[in-house]
Design a protein around this ligand. Structure first.
Ligand SMILES: NC(=O)C1=CN([C@@H]2O[C@H](COP(=O)(O)OP(=O)(O)OC[C@H]3O[C@@H](n4cnc5c(N)ncnc54)[C@H](OP(=O)(O)O)[C@@H]3O)[C@@H](O)[C@H]2O)C=CC1
Ligand SMILES: CC(=O)[C@](C)(O)C(=O)O
Ligand SMILES: [Mg+2]
Ligand SMILES: [Mg+2]
Length: 336
C-alpha cells in the first residue's frame, strides 16, 4: 500500500499557532527552520550559547535571540538543531533542566534519541521533522515559493497532541508544500545515514573523484575532467530530478544511453551493492555511530585529516578557478 502523504491542505496549523517555538542553533538547518517558520506566521525565538558568533546573523534576519536556557524556559516547542555530536551535552546542561511537562522536544534527525544518547523525560512530547535536503536549500526553496519533502515521527506522545504538532511544524517549514510522510525515529535515522553515506554524499563525491582522477592520470586536461565528471553531474541530475531516469535518457544521445547501460553495471557492481548492505548493517548495529562519536570525542582527528587532504586536491583547486569564472553558479553567499 502506498504511503499516506500529507500536503498543506491536510494539515491544521492550529497546534502551533500562538505557541512559541525555540530553534536551538543557527546553522544549516536551524536558520532555515527559524526563517521559514517566521515567514509562515509563527512565533520563533532562536536559542544560542553565550558568545555565539551567529547572534548577529540571526538578529540581522529579524529574529529574536535568547540563551538556550531562556529559550527553552519560554518556549512550547524546542527544536534542537545543533550538530548531532554536541547535542547530548547541550541537552543535559541547558535544556533538560527547563523542559517542563507538556512542552515538546523536537529534532531534525533521530540520531541521538534512536541511539539512546538523549532520553527525554516522560512528560514531554518528542518528535522529529526531517527535511530531505540540506538546510540552505530548505530556505532557498521555501523563499522561492516551493518546498522540500520531509518526514516526521513521534517518539513520545505525552500530551496526545504530539502528532498534530509535528505535522503543523512540517507545514510551517514548508515541507507539506512538497509532501510529508510519517516514519519512526529508527527508520529516519537508518535511512538518512545510509542515504548520505552511500549515495548522496559519500557515493557521489567518491564517484566524481574517481572519474576525475582516472582522466587526469591518463594525461587529459584537469579542466576538461572537471567539466566532464563534476560540473555536468548537476545538469544530468537535474534532468533525473525533474523527469526520472527515462526523462534524462531521452535528453542524452543514444551513444550516451548505450554507454550508460553497458558501463554502469561495470562501475556499480554486485559487489558495490553487497558493500552497501554491509554499510547498512553497520548503521543498524550502531557501529557507524560509535565510530563517529569516538572521532568527535577525540576532536575529529580522522575527519580533519580527510578535510585537509581534499582541500589541496586538483579537483578542488581547479574547480574553484573555474567556478570563479561562472559567477551565475554561486548566485548568493551562504547565509550561515
Ligand atoms: N545540515 C543539514 O542540512 C541537515 C541536518 N540535519 C540535522 O540537523 C541537525 C543540525 O545539523 P546542522 O544544521 O548541519 O548543524 P550545524 O553544524 O550547521 O550547526 C551549527 C549551529 O550549532 C551551534 N552549535 C554547535 N555546537 C554547539 C554547542 N556545543 N552548543 C551550542 N550550540 C552549538 C552553532 O552555534 P554557534 O553559532 O554559537 O557556533 C551553530 O549555530 C543535526 O541533527 C543534523 O543531523 C538534518 C537534515 C539535514
Ligand atoms: C542534508 C541531509 O539530508 C543530510 C545529508 O542528511 C545531512 O546533512 O545530514
Ligand atoms: Mg538527510
Ligand atoms: Mg543526515
Amino acid at each position: 500500500m502506498a504511503a499516506k502523504m500529507y500536503y498543506d491542505r491536510d494539515v491544521d496549523t492550529a497546534p502551533i499557532e500562538n505557541k512559541l517555538i525555540a530553534i536551538i542553533g543557527y546553522g544549516s538547518q536551524a536558520h532555515a527552520h527559524a526563517q521559514n517558520l517566521r515567514d509562515s506566521g509563527f512565533n520563533v525565538v532562536v536559542g544560542l550559547r553565550d558568545g555565539s558568533s551567529s547572534k548577529a546573523k540571526a538578529e540581522q534576519a529579524g529574529l529574536r535571540v535568547a540563551t538556550i536556557e531562556d529559550a527553552t524556559k519560554e518556549a512550547d516547542v524546542v527544536m534542537l538543531l545543533i550538530p548531532d555530536e554536541n547535542q547530548p551535552k547541550t541537552y543535559t546542561e541547558s535544556i533538560a533542566p527547563y523542559l517542563s511537562d507538556g512542552k515538546a522536544l523536537a529534532f531534525g534527525h533521530g540520531f541521538n534519541v534512536h541511539f539512546g544518547r538523549i532520553v527525554p523525560p516522560a512528560g514531554v512530547d518528542v518528535f522529529l521533522v526531517a527535511p530531505k535536503g540540506p538546510g540552505h536549500m530548505l530556505r532557498r526553496v521555501y523563499a522561492d515559493g516551493a518546498g522540500m519533502p520531509g518526514i516526521f515521527a513521534v517518539g513520545q506522545d505525552a500530551t496526545g497532541k504530539a502528532r498534530d504538532i509535528a505535522l503543523a511544524y512540517a507545514r510551517g517549514i514548508g515541507c507539506t508544500r512538497a509532501g510529508v510522510l510519517e516514519t519512526t525515529f529508527k527508520e529516519e535515522t537508518e535511512t538518512d545515514l545510509f542515504g548520505e553515506q552511500s549515495v548522496l554524499c559519500g557515493g557521489v563525491t567518491h564517484l566524481i573523484q574517481a572519474g576525475f582522477e582516472t582522466l587526469v592520470e591518463a594525461g587529459y586536461q584537469p579542466e576538461i575532467a572537471y567539466f566532464e565528471t563534476l560540473h555536468e553531474v548537476k545538469l544530468i541530475v537535474d534532468l533525473i530530478y525533474e523527469k526520472g531516469f527515462e526523462g534524462m535518457r531521452h535528453s542524452i544521445s543514444n551513444t550516451a544511453e548505450f554507454g550508460d547501460y553497458v558501463t554502469g553495471p561495470r562501475i556499480i557492481t554486485d559487489d558495490t551493492k553487497a558493500t552497501m548492505k554491509t554499510v547498512l548493517s553497520d548503521i543498524q548495529t550502531g557501529k557507524f555511530a560509535e565510530r563517529f562519536i569516538e572521532d568527535a570525542e577525540n576532536g575529529f582527528p580522522y575527519m580533519n585529516e580527510q578535510r585537509t587532504k581534499m582541500r589541496d586536491h586538483k579537483l578542488e583547486t581547479v574547480g574553484k578557478e573555474l567556478r570563479d569564472m561562472m559567477p551565475f553558479i554561486s548566485k548568493k553567499e551562504l547565509e550561515v
